[in-house]
Design a protein around this ligand. Structure first.
Ligand SMILES: Cc1ncc(C[n+]2csc(CCOP(=O)(O)OP(=O)(O)O)c2C)c(N)n1
Ligand SMILES: [Mg+2]
Length: 480
């Protein structure tokens, strides 16, 4: 018995372990919606295609299993593309499947015809168009294998989805993990450092070496890395683990001239640290942990430090997930908050992903608290995803630092052009808590410091997706 291409696609995904598909419907992919029923794939239907990609991205980063996004052809695909940039920079395991005009109409002005695979190419580690129903299962299996390195795109023409196909379901074999020994220079170094790219950071080698993750476009000025710059300036050997020398490392200029910079990819076995290396690692850890002592004195205000102090109490539970995104407030969140799991917008420096990230995190870890912090400008990108969270029952807590401003850019104006030339970056002091309530979530608007803690407590207790909009002080991101 033959199966439709769409059934082969859905069953190959399911056989590889996929359970959820983040999607926005459209003519081209309706055969896959139909096939998802028998393949027992759960559809999470979003409000914008970029949100589906962000969710697949967060799912991939948090679970290690490729997140699956499914969108329609042409404009649906185009809407999804921007979000791939964030996933690419984060080396996220994920697959974007886009519907596509039928092969037999290409070049004739087909409905929503577009050079989709070409458009997605620079945003992915692999991107192509399926050519036949019989090969579709193998296409999906290959896509899932390639997706271990980063986002992959596959366009699936409508006629390929509808054609009858060989029913053999391609298996996606688990990769063989080969562990290599770290370069010998590392064991002999006096002041070694291991700096990891995003993927290596998520699976750091088990070792007593501190592995420093670089996942901020601010590089050494990433406020979650404290005074790391001071210890890097003294390192004698640096091992870059799955990390290229790019702008985040000042194109190599951040390392002292005498420092040896080595590179490794994949699973690396780090040496047992010597006694003197252990003492050095203590210095490294305390440099990273550095935060200005004055912060403790900030009280009785809605300064971001005060907001984070209250939010930290929600993140102590086992497996708690911190999501941080967007602007100066996002930088405060990264500086102040610690959690067992963290997903941030990352090296791409693209704002807007927080609510989709939080929804995917809650789906991945239903029993763990998920708290997202984001600016008010950032919130606007995917505000309607609150509806998705309500509909799908994904009770995260989003804390919006509302300074009625695109403050990160406003701060650039202040620094570069002066206060008299700061313009164009105001937002309104909108009561986003009320907006969230209207969308069926739990909403809070916090205007006074005394209301913050009770509002957060009610948000958690509501058991619903919750948004706590805090009218914060407009301050620049932390610098040490
Ligand atoms: C997709 C995208 N568009 C624009 C920017 C530029 N940008 C970075 S931060 C920022 C302001 C964010 O404002 P908000 O979310 O309110 O945070 P705030 O800085 O006010 O705390 C902007 C516009 C970006 N990084 N990514
Ligand atoms: Mg703002």
């Amino acid at each position: 018995m033959k199966l439709r291409g769409a059934d082969v696609l859905a069953r190959t995904l399911a056989a590889a372990g996929a359970r959820h598909v983040f999607t926005l419907s459209g003519n081209h992919v309706m055969p896959v919606f139909d096939a998802a029923l028998d393949a027992r794939l759960n559809l999470i239907h979003v409000r914008h295609e970029a949100a589906a990609v962000h969710m697949a991205d967060a799912w991939g980063r948090l679970t290690g299993e490729p997140g699956i996004a499914l969108v329609t052809g042409g404009p649906g695909h185009a809407n999804a593309l921007g979000a791939l940039y964030t996933a690419l920079a984060a080396q996220s395991p994920m697959l974007l499947i886009s519907g596509h005009a039928p092969l037999n109409e290409l070049g004739k002005g087909a409905f929503q015809e577009m050079a989709q695979a070409e458009l997605a190419k620079p945003l992915t580690v692999a991107s192509w168009t399926a050519k036949s129903a019989d090969a579709l299962g193998r296409d999906i299996a290959r896509a899932l294998r390639e997706a271990r390195k980063g986002p992959v795109h596959l366009s699936v023409p409508n006629d390929v989805l509808d054609a009858m196909a060989d029913p053999t379901i391609a298996q996606v074999e688990k990769p063989e993990v080969r562990t290599r020994k770290a370069p010998a220079a590392l064991a002999k170094a006096k002041r070694p450092l291991v700096i990891a790219g995003p993927a290596a950071m998520r699976q750091p080698p088990k070792a007593k070496f501190p592995v420093i993750g670089m996942e901020s476009p601010r590089g050494l000025n990433d406020p979650s890395l404290g005074k790391l710059a001071e210890v890097i300036a003294r390192a004698d050997v640096v091992l870059l683990l799955g990390k290229r020398i790019d702008f985040t490392l000042g194109f190599g200029k951040i390392f002292p001239k005498t420092c040896r910079v080595l590179r490794a990819y994949g699973d690396v076995e780090l040496p047992e640290p010597t006694a003197s290396q252990k003492a050095w690692f203590d210095e490294v850890r305390s440099a990273i942990a550095y935060r200005p002592a004055e912060w403790k004195e900030i009280q009785n205000s809605l300064h971001p430090v005060v907001v984070c102090r209250e939010v930290q109490k929600l993140l102590t539970a086992r497996g708690a997930v911190l999501v941080a995104d967007g602007g100066e407030f996002g930088q405060w969140a990264q500086a102040c908050l610690r959690a067992p799991r963290r997903v941030i917008n990352g090296i791409a420096g693209s704002i807007g992903s927080a609510l989709p990230f939080a929804a995917a995190a809650k789906l991945a870890f239903p029993d763990a608290p998920v708290v997202a912090l984001l600016g008010d400008g950032t919130l606007g990108f995917h505000l309607s995803e609150i509806d998705t969270a309500v509909r799908c029952g994904l009770p995260y807590v989003a804390v919006v630092g509302n300074d009625a401003c695109w403050n990160a850019e406003y701060q650039i104006q202040l620094r570069a052009y002066g206060a008299s030339r700061a313009h164009g970056l105001d937002l309104l002091p909108t009561r986003y808590g009320a907006v969230a309530s209207a969308l069926g979530a739990h909403g809070e608007d916090v205007l006074e410091p005394k209301d913050l803690q009770p509002a957060l407590a009610r948000a958690v207790a509501s058991g619903k997706p919750a948004l706590v909009n805090v009218m914060i002080e407009r301050v620049a991101a932390p610098r040490y």
